[in-house]
Design a protein around this ligand. Structure first.
Ligand code: PLP
Length: 508
């Protein structure tokens, strides 16, 4: 938990009053039921006078929080081309399924015999994910993409140690990788060898060969994001895998970008040893706002014994043809252990299961084809207006430069802020790091052609405005609930709780 900070006054351009400001002594928002136990006094030392609660009616509460929720931007409200995050529409059917009482009220300590439906769902999801990516085993337990990465690198580590290979202390990471990749490597106790990209945005094969030749016995493996954060599918991926394998390293694929690949290529068949999935990206479970994610890991036979547990397996085959087998939780033989309490974020498993089941194999193939088509459509239409540093077919996203000739003092950030006035969530800014003024645009497959066309128009108008009226961009956003923020301060000095200042200046 982040410590709550008390602010005396909210920033002046926030439109909503604090709920404390509308509080009137004696006003009630709830009807408490009749007491059905004897009345007793609360111990004095549990009651603190300084812990005031707002006194408001139910309608005031409803309006207050509904208005606050409307200050937020979400995929349900509009186009959200936030590169690398796959902000696709979250079908409401998935929500209905996750709310079925048998799933929603399933207790994590319920015994296996009474949880066969939930276990069957997890078993099926493991198998579908394995099939989609060509792996031999899947564990659903990691709670996010980054935790899946951590699990994957720990498996690689334990694999080497298990063979008595203790000299491998380094992991290769291309400079087009997602930021979590080098962070994971470091957290797992390895050091990072950063690899340069060639002028097409692919891994520089000569640099890779050189480092494998010089440091081969120390290399535990390589982590590579496919398609890369440039939105590009590495044209030499098979050679990359071969070179690293020949040096004795294992290959980790960051599979957060699987939205480009479903039904097109299976990472397991390319030769990758381990990969994580982001259910909250590719498989449409909701994300943002720090909500629960899910980052299952898939592995080939080599790493299967090391999977984090528990995983679901059939513990007793059925004897009758129309009878279900008995499912149970098992810990793989050399498991790296648990990634979190219980069995992963089960609600996310239900949503991803529903998503895969509704689409089916052909449907998922179309998801990826349309995600790639939509990204290329925008790229092709904006290439004459903005600089696209890697002008080749992209995957599910592409990167362009937020810098325009004839508008020298306009930056990617100004373009993003101005996009908010047009009603869009901005793309990802200043990432990947290897492109100056980067704007990473990922439309996803769930948008219509009309939405893409309107967005393209807005981007072209903004380029025009940048030259004719640059201050319009410098001062944007003009229509958002708050003006341009000091982003560093907003991130580092987060105010999570608004409450009146206490007389002694203390905190709640
Ligand atoms: C989102 C993302 C991650 C991290 O996933 P989280 O669920 O946010 O931890 C890792 N790699 C890539 C390429 C991503 O896009």
């Amino acid at each position: 938990m982040t410590t709550a900070t008390i602010v005396e006054k909210q920033p002046e351009d926030v439109l909503e009053p604090l709920i404390y400001d509308i509080s009137v002594p004696g006003r009630l928002g709830v009807n408490l039921p009749e007491l059905d136990v004897p009345e007793a006094d609360l111990p004095d030392d549990l009651l603190r006078d300084d812990l005031k609660l707002p006194e408001v009616s139910e309608l005031q509460v409803v309006r207050h929080f509904l208005k606050l929720s409307q200050l937020n931007y979400s995929i349900d409200k509009g186009f959200y081309p936030l590169g690398s995050c796959t902000m696709k529409y979250n079908p409401k059917l998935n929500e209905d399924m996750a709310r079925l009482p048998g799933f929603a009220f399933q207790h994590p300590l319920a015994d296996e015999a009474g949880s066969q439906g939930a276990l069957a769902l997890m078993y099926q999801l493991q198998n579908w994910l394995a099939e989609i990516s060509g792996f031999d085993g899947v564990s659903l337990t990691p709670a996010a993409g980054a935790q899946g990465e951590f699990a994957g690198i720990l498996m690689i580590r334990n694999y080497h140690l298990d063979r008595g290979d203790t000299e491998r202390t380094k992991i290769l990471v291309p400079n087009s990788a997602h930021g979590t990749n080098p962070a994971t490597v470091t957290m797992a106790g390895y050091s990072v060898i950063e690899l340069p990209s060639d002028d097409r945005g692919d891994v520089d094969l000569d640099a890779l060969r050189k480092v494998c030749k010089e440091q081969g016995p120390q290399i535990a493996g390589m982590m590579i994001t496919v398609p890369s954060t440039l939105g590009l599918f590495d044209a030499h991926i098979l050679e990359v895998i071969e070179i690293v394998h020949a040096a004795g390293g294992l290959m980790y694929m960051d599979g957060a970008n699987m939205n480009a690949l479903m039904g097109q290529v299976k990472p397991g068949e390319l030769g990758f040893d381990v990969m994580h999935y982001n259910l909250h990206k590719t498989f449409s479970t909701p994300h943002g706002g720090g909500g629960p994610g899910s980052g299952p890991v898939g592995v080939n036979e080599k790493l299967k014994p090391f999977l984090p547990g528990p995983i679901v397996d059939i513990v007793e085959e059925s004897t009758e043809e129309d009878e279900a087998p008995l499912y149970g939780f098992v810990m793989p033989e050399k498991s790296i252990g648990r990634m979190k309490a219980f069995h992963g974020n089960f609600g996310m498993h239900v949503r991803a299961y529903a998503y895969i089941r509704v689409y089916g194999g052909e449907g998922l193939r179309d998801v990826s084809r349309h995600a790639v088509l939509n990204a290329n459509y925008i790229r092709a239409h904006l290439m004459d207006t903005y600089k696209v540093p890697y002008p080749r077919y992209c995957g599910h996203e592409f990167v362009m430069e937020g810098h325009l000739e004839g508008a020298d003092d306009i930056h990617a950030l100004d373009i993003s802020k101005r996009l908010m006035d047009y009603g869009y969530h901005p793309p990802t800014n200043y990432f990947p790091l290897i492109v100056p003024e980067a704007l990473l645009i990922e439309p996803t497959e769930t948008e219509t052609k009309e939405v893409l066309d309107e967005f393209i128009d807005a981007m072209k108008k903004i380029a025009e405005e940048a030259r004719t009226n640059p201050d319009l961009l410098h001062n944007a956003p003009h229509t958002a609930p708050v003006k341009r923020l000091d982003e560093v301060k907003a991130a580092k000095d987060l105010v999570l709780c608004c409450a009146p200042a206490l007389p002694d200046g203390g905190a709640l």
